[in-house]
Ligand binder design. Structure first.
Ligand SMILES: [Zn+2]
Length: 268
């Protein structure tokens, strides 16, 4: 899981120094940093869930691209910002300050190696705000073209087969993530421990209160004492397959756009 099985030829650290130096099409090449988390995902999913999902989606996306597509993948930055899950066993988080520094310094290295296009593919909601401001800082400091793909949040948003309550509140270790893990890494799932973590006291509201007009800081223990937001008991690997493959084809399409991106020509 820690390395790319299906896309080894695109794993940048397998190249030699000379190969990195002499890569063709360096101005078009897309350097990709998967970013995720190591954090509690309820009693039933591994703490590596976000990391597994983002690597699975990326592997599939790269498999959808032509063999000669110039994409180079860096080792996943699994340690993310997960302080919302502090207090639950299995959570390993960086502080915001450290996480920001690590991302910026990896960006500086991408630029120093002569690349022009750098993409974060993020699998953890808690990293989103930081990545969105860091990409601007990296652009300003290095002149790289920098992009962020937030899988499951803005890219490959799962639809189909989910109740309205799940669509509204199923943001962590619920039906969607459990379905995807049951498909791609079932050996790490404990279905017999899967809970229904829909917050009954909040249901009936179309917008979760923490996404409303008064944005308040929350920790997982404030809103979901069992660590799950969503109903994991309804998970289904067939839907998991659909969510993964839809996300992969959307990511593949966006990577093609990244390769061709020029500010003056860009049309979203
Ligand atoms: Zn997750």
């Amino acid at each position: 899981m820690l390395i790319f099985n299906k896309t080894q030829e695109r794993f940048l650290p397998y190249l030699t120094s000379r190969q990195v130096d002499q890569l063709p099409e360096k101005d078009k090449a897309v350097v990709i940093l998967p970013v995720a988390s190591i954090e509690q995902h309820g009693p039933h999913l591994p703490v590596f869930t976000d990391s597994i999902i983002v690597q699975e989606v990326l592997e599939r996306a790269l498999g959808n691209l032509p063999d000669d597509f110039p994409a180079w993948v860096l080792p996943i930055q699994s340690y993310g910002k997960s302080n919302e899950h502090t207090g639950f066993p299995g959570t390993f988080t960086l502080t915001s300050e450290t996480f920001i520094k690590v991302l910026k310094e990896i960006g500086a290295n991408v630029a120093r190696n002569g690349f022009k296009r750098f993409v974060f593919i993020n699998g953890h909601g808690g990293n989103t705000e930081i990545i969105d401001f860091v990409i601007r800082d990296i652009r300003q400091q290095t002149d790289l073209m920098v992009f962020a793909l937030h899988v499951g949040l803005r890219v490959g948003v799962p639809t189909g087969g989910l109740s309205e309550a799940e669509m509204t509140y199923g943001i962590h270790a619920g039906d969607v993530e459990t379905s995807m893990l049951l498909k791609c890494s079932p050996e790490y799932v404990k279905p017999e421990w899967a809970p229904n973590g829909l917050p009954s006291h909040l249901q009936g509201m179309k917008t979760p209160p923490f996404m409303g007009a008064l944005n308040y800081a929350w920790l997982t223990r404030d809103i979901a004492p069992i660590g799950v937001l969503g109903n994991a008991t309804t998970a289904d690997p067939e839907r998991g397959e659909k969510y993964l493959s839809n996300a992969a084809s959307e990511v593949a399409g966006l990577l093609i756009k990244v390769k061709e991106f020029e500010f003056e020509k860009w049309q979203a």
